[in-house]
Design a binder for this molecule. Structure first.
Ligand code: ADP
Length: 492
């Protein structure tokens, strides 16, 4: 079976959030399966972590792509990343190869439309038969209509299209002329049955196109699969997701358990594993906590340490996170935040709080994307707080489990599929593993945070026994990849 993933991110070479983890983790596990030929196609970003690329070579020079009434040229490279064949498309425009960031430009839609056209032209010129084209989120969603309507027309063997939904909120809006710029009939797609946006009659919605044209849609958790059909979380596409309900199958993400592995993690000083004795585990966690306190210039004591790691955007509940910071200090805990500063207004509100708390040695707020520091956070923290408004899957609670960190989460999306409240007697004791709250309110979060801290303070041994046991939970890609393979086989 030949599978081609086309995406905007792939860990570890190009990662902003969970999308990168999924493409990297899933493709790496599938590449080890017998009878599977898997490759990933990505833009050749300037920020690509080239140290992970093996055997990089150019395979097509000055490959011509028609765009904006003229021929543009790209170079195509091939490399191996964790055993996976990765094709990298290098543009000579100002789209990817000269830009420092992966996203965040006004013309992101044009950048990814161009990428998708280049990929389709490359696949056409490549001639090899493909069974599954697996696309991810809005960035590559346009592949579905263009492949089905145009590129597969003369093919004897047509690939099936699988669309993963990592986040329905980002949809990729454009005008028919943007599709015309690729050399296709943009107006053809401006109909209710095709790509017309449900709320903007002159606008095309690329993600909607993916939903309509793909053969299977995979939201990244079972709960999120249900949520995207509701008015609250359907992001104006709920009528479409309801219409195509039969194509939707939620699959919870896995994590790369070789990468997220505290016994081998080179970014943490004191290693530990689920097999360590409880004493060794507690000692290592406490020593890592002291290390982090030193690095961040915090008071060095054994207060409970709460962390938050994520993109600072409205989805992640920034007001609740800020409230959690203040509440943590009040109840005698420490709080460390590692937030990717993607939204100026939200980041500035955190910076204000940082200024107000400048002298407080129990809080450290860090505004950057820092992979190494995130590992140190996971190795040192007792709790991770995730009060998201919505969360398609959420990886930080899962990584948290692997590092002996107890999650405190709002029950939504994949968080509700993975975290079960320690006080909820309706759930079997075996399954309970963290703390949860339902309402997206500071007051609900505060009472849950207090319950969590009291639990920690009341009996630390019991707390550590639970988080140590949680480390054994199986979120491996090996397990999850089987579900994807079953779906691939079924759709074929
Ligand atoms: P999302 O995909 O919405 O960003 P997820 O929880 O699914 O959220 O995945 C986030 C991933 O990105 C995790 O691997 C997390 O550790 C990582 N991450 C998020 N923010 C940062 C940051 N500021 N520094 C380092 N890693 C981060």
């Amino acid at each position: 079976m030949r599978i081609v993933h086309i995406a905007a991110e792939m860990a570890p070479i190009a990662k902003v959030g969970g999308l990168g983890d999924v493409v990297g983790g899933l493709s790496s596990v599938l590449s080890k399966q017998k009878g599977i030929d898997i490759s990933v196609i990505l833009p050749k970003y300037k920020s690509l972590k080239t140290q992970y690329l093996k055997d990089l070579k150019i395979i097509k020079k000055n490959f011509k792509i028609f765009e904006r009434s003229r021929w543009q040229v790209v170079n195509i490279y091939l490399a191996k990343v964790n055993g996976v064949q990765v094709y990298l498309i290098e543009d000579k425009k100002n789209y990817f190869s000269k830009k420092p960031k992966i996203y965040g430009y006004k013309y992101d839609v044009h950048r990814f439309l161009f990428f998708c056209k280049a990929v389709l032209e490359f696949l056409k010129a490549d001639f090899r038969k493909i069974d599954i084209i697996h696309i991810h989120d809005w960035h590559t969603a346009v592949i579905a209509p263009l492949y089905k309507d145009i590129y597969s027309k003369n093919l004897k063997h047509k690939a099936k299209i699988v669309l993963s939904i990592h986040n329905l909120q980002y949809q990729g809006l454009c005008k028919p002329k943007d599709i015309k710029n690729l050399g296709f009939n943009g107006k053809y797609y401006l109909t209710k049955e095709k790509l017309k946006d449900p709320n903007r009659p002159k606008t095309l919605n690329l993600l909607k196109g993916g939903l309509v044209y793909s053969d299977i849609i995979i939201p990244v958790s079972e709960n999120y699969a249900k949520e995207i059909m509701t008015k609250e979380l359907g992001c104006n596409l709920e009528k479409i997701t309801q219409k195509y309900k039969k194509k939707i199958k939620g699959v919870l993400n896995g994590i790369d358990q070789n990468f997220w592995r505290p016994e081998k993690d080179k970014d943490i000083k004191y290693k530990y594993s689920s097999k360590s004795s409880l004493k060794k585990f507690i000692d290592a966690k406490n020593n890592n906590k002291k290390e982090l306190q030193k690095i961040l210039n915090l008071d060095e004591d054994d207060k409970p340490l709460i962390c938050s790691i994520g993109r600072l955007v409205s989805q992640k509940g920034p007001d609740l996170i800020k409230a959690a910071i203040l509440e943590s200090i009040k109840v005698g805990a420490q709080f460390v935040l590692l937030g990717s500063a993607l939204d100026k207004k939200i980041t500035n509100s955190f910076k204000k709080l940082q200024k107000d708390l400048k002298k407080n040695k129990n809080v450290s707020l860090n505004f950057e994307h820092n992979e190494k520091l995130s590992h140190k956070f996971f190795s040192a923290a007792d709790f991770i707080i995730i009060p998201s408004l919505f969360e398609p899957c959420g990886l930080t609670q899962i990584i948290g489990f692997k590092y002996g960190v107890m999650p405190i989460v709002r029950e939504t999306g994949g968080l509700a599929d993975t975290v079960f409240d320690l006080d909820d007697k309706t759930i079997s004791k075996e399954k309970r593993n963290g703390f949860t709250f339902t309402k997206f309110l500071i007051s609900s979060q505060t009472s849950t945070l207090k319950r969590a801290i009291n639990f920690f303070k009341k009996d630390q041994n019991e707390f550590y026994e639970i988080v140590h046991k949680n480390m054994k939970l199986d979120f491996s890609w090996e397990k999850t990849a089987k579900k994807y393979l079953t779906i691939y086989k079924k759709v074929l």
